[in-house]
Design a protein around this ligand. Structure first.
Ligand SMILES: [Cu+2]
Length: 181
């Protein structure tokens, strides 16, 4: 009697495993079919990366945020150029001295500044005024007057990007262009 009791749960468990496994396999095959073109792309990308030197060139950039009034505020410089495939260490120096004049650096897809800045206000202080958006490439924390904040990121693909300050009201005065060449 004891044996029979034991066998039933085992059989049930085997049955569940068999069914569950089958279902999972089917799902996996389905998702593989859907993503297969992307997979091929990824493999090619990995190959190209392997051919490049492992150590990326580290490019150190210091960017200043200046101005004491909402019309004066600006980034200095307004254009940055970095080499492709580099690693960037960007230091943002908040040179404003007016209390409450906080700044950040948010690197975004070219032309998306207005939407990112607007969404940043909704994202709020707890999120450093940076929205959860695929067009955001890199960003610093918010810096208070006299403070510096640092961010490190891999240079995005060759092309042009915008960097903005998403502290409420600072866009569009605080905008610059980053070129990857
Ligand atoms: Cu700002």
């Amino acid at each position: 009697m004891k044996k029979i009791k034991l066998i039933i749960p085992i059989v049930a468990a085997l049955f569940l495993v068999a069914c569950g496994g089958g279902e999972q396999k089917a799902k996996k095959a389905d998702s593989e079919a859907k993503t297969s073109p992307k997979k091929t792309e990824k493999v090619e990308e990995a190959k190209t990366e392997a051919e490049e030197p492992a150590e990326k060139e580290l490019v150190e950039i210091t960017l200043a945020a200046t101005g004491e009034t909402m019309t004066e505020i600006a980034f200095e410089p307004k254009t940055l150029t970095i080499p492709a495939n580099s690693r960037v260490k960007l230091t943002l120096n908040n040179k404003s001295s007016m209390e409450g004049m906080l700044h950040n650096f948010v690197l975004v897809e070219l032309g998306s500044g207005q939407e990112i800045a607007t969404a940043g206000i909704s994202a709020g202080k707890d999120n450093a005024f940076v929205p959860d958006d695929d067009r955001v490439i890199a960003y610093t924390e918010v810096s208070d007057i006299g403070e510096t904040v640092v961010v490190e990121f891999d240079a995005p693909a060759k092309g042009s990007y915008h960097y903005i300050c998403t502290f409420p009201g600072h866009y569009p005065n605080m905008i610059g262009r980053l070129n990857v060449e």
